[in-house]
Design a protein around this ligand. Structure first.
Ligand SMILES: Cc1cc2nc3c(=O)[nH]c(=O)nc-3n(C[C@H](O)[C@H](O)[C@H](O)COP(=O)(O)OP(=O)(O)OC[C@H]3O[C@@H](n4cnc5c(N)ncnc54)[C@H](O)[C@@H]3O)c2cc1C
Length: 103
């Protein structure tokens, strides 16, 4: 993976610069010098939410607003954990909550 929130322009680098950079890093770090059999590039712009200072307060405000809209529920990586495991756990919890509030 190349880029990230602090160096997102790197992920947008054009070929052959991007592949050259990755190959050089792989050579420096783990000594891989062989030509790759194939190269495919997938670019994800703004792929992962960044939890900035104030996130907890923001969540509190969102929860308070949701309380005014019966039947509206939110989950996903923007709220309480970006990892797939967090998303699954939060989805399961939300499903329980929806069942409780619906019956
Ligand atoms: C490149 C990359 C690598 C990652 N690697 C890892 C990893 O190794 N391990 C890990 O734990 N996490 C990893 N993550 C993070 C993790 O994959 C995501 O945070 C997580 O999958 C997000 O789940 P989600 O359900 O919130 O969103 P998504 O998985 O993005 O699901 C949202 C769904 O909503 C659908 N959708 C969007 N708009 C609409 C609409 N208007 N109407 C109907 N449907 C809509 C989309 O098609 C999509 O299916 C990675 C993320 C990226 C981008």
């Amino acid at each position: 993976m190349v880029g990230g929130a602090r160096a997102s322009d790197l992920a947008m680098a054009q070929e052959p610069r991007l592949t050259d950079m990755i190959r050089k890093e792989l050579a420096d770090i783990i000594g891989i010098a062989a030509e790759p059999d194939f190269v495919r590039i997938y670019r994800h712009e703004m792929a992962i939410p960044q939890y900035t200072v104030g996130h907890v307060e923001r969540l509190r405000n969102i929860d308070a607003s949701l309380g005014k809209h019966h039947g509206l529920f939110l989950t996903g990586n923007a709220y309480r954990g970006i990892g797939v495991n967090d998303c699954i756990e939060n989805s399961a919890k939300l499903a329980e909550k929806i069942i409780e509030e619906s019956f």
